[in-house]
Design a protein around this ligand. Structure first.
Ligand code: PLP
Length: 376
């Protein structure tokens, strides 16, 4: 007996953790900072940390009330019906629910390249095919309806990422509406707003609900997560907001209790902790400006909690930075072998990242000069 043919499936390459890197290099984990996975440098919301501890005693029960309470709180936050909120095990889990609810075997999904790997992974798990539209580096990863529609060829699901990972670019809501208009009647446009809180922009929930001058529509869904701004990546909690018309599909596609008691209690507490969110967003804004000004290489403008930097050879630079204790994301696996992505850290972490990167770049240039002299 063997698994089914998985040759088309690609493994997810996560940003590397401090423990893992320190062990491999035989060093003390305290020497490292990790700015590789867009995690919250302030940690979880303190209120959520308390809720997690308090939820420990209830861990023997299945999450029913907590799930309902969080669903209602999220619905209230967005002013939508509770049935429209599909809680899941991370944003990734919500992507799976959307795949389950939409894809017949052989259906296609259209995803950005470079882009978030899990869209395609999930589609393949659900026997779907994956097509790509290109966000081009030459055009600074600009996202327009045209870029997407030029590549559209009848796919069932179209993914937009706004702010986009790894570039930080966004797509205007008018363009999202144009994509939804220009795709088939049975096509769903999923707007992944994992970094939505860091951008000064309206959510695409406005398109689902018909707000801000848009007509209400039944072909857009929005994805959100507690992993980024709320600092809860470790508990795995995210959700989709779906159109009212097909909201009750959730009962048929969700994995029972996939959003755990502890996750739901933490999520509820985090939702109410505006101070932590504001502090996190403020830190990210300052950090990305600081990096754009301070790094001796091209840095794309970003609306997320990270920046993409053009360093020439990503793997060599990421390794050299890691040697010096700063772990960043080598974007080779995103199809950008010249770029690294640096997460916005605390002020001290961000300063260290900029200083370290500039040292690495200066060393490299000095070595290249010396080689130039010897060659001559
Ligand atoms: C982090 C991220 C997600 C969701 O991650 P989860 O931890 O599963 O919630 C979704 N989309 C993008 C683009 C992301 O970067």
């Amino acid at each position: 007996m063997q698994p089914r043919d998985l040759s088309e499936h690609v493994a997810y390459e996560a940003g590397r953790g401090i423990e893992e890197v320190a062990r491999e290099l035989g060093r003390d984990p305290d020497e490292f900072v990790k700015l590789a996975s867009n995690e919250n440098p302030h940690g979880p919301s303190p209120a959520a940390a308390v809720a997690i501890r308090e939820a420990a005693d209830g861990a023997s029960s299945y999450p029913t009330a907590a799930h309902a309470d969080l669903t209602d709180a999220v619905a209230e936050r967005w002013d939508v019906a509770s049935e429209q909120v599909w809680l899941a095990n991370g944003g990734d889990g919500a992507i799976d629910y959307l795949s389950r609810a939409t894809l017949e075997p052989g259906d296609g999904v259209l995803v950005p390249t470079p882009g978030f790997a899990y869209y395609g992974m999930s589609a393949r798990f659900h026997h779907g095919g994956v097509e790509e539209y290109r966000l081009s580096r030459e055009d600074d990863f600009v996202q327009t309806a045209e870029t997407v529609l030029d590549a559209y060829d009848g796919e069932r699901v179209v993914y937009l990422t706004s702010p986009h990972n790894p570039s930080g670019s966004t797509i205007p809501l008018a363009d999202v509406a144009e994509v939804a208009d220009g795709t088939g009647d049975d096509a769903l446009v999923v707007v992944d707003e994992a970094y939505g809180e860091f951008a000064d922009r309206e959510s695409a929930v406005a398109l689902i609900e018909g707000r801000d001058g848009f007509d209400a529509r039944e072909d857009v869904a929005v994805l959100r997560t507690f992993s980024k701004v709320y600092g809860l990546a470790g508990i795995r909690l995210g959700y989709a907001i779906v159109p009212d018309a097909w909201a009750d599909a959730y009962a048929r596609v969700n994995t029972p209790f996939a959003a755990s008691e502890i996750a739901c209690r933490a999520g509820l507490a985090a939702l109410g902790d505006d101070e932590h969110v504001e502090r996190t967003v403020e830190t990210a804004r300052e950090a990305r400006e600081y990096m754009r000004e301070g790094i001796d290489a091209d840095v794309w403008p970003s609306e997320g909690n990270f920046v993409l930097v053009d360093v020439g050879e990503a793997t060599a630079v990421a390794e050299a930075m890691q040697e010096r204790g700063v772990i960043v994301r080598d974007c080779t696996s995103f199809g950008l072998p010249g770029c690294i992505r640096i997460t916005c850290g605390t002020e001290a972490e961000t300063e260290r990242a900029v200083e370290t990167l500039n040292e690495v770049l200066a060393d490299r240039d000095r070595q290249a000069d010396r080689r130039g002299v010897t060659d001559a």
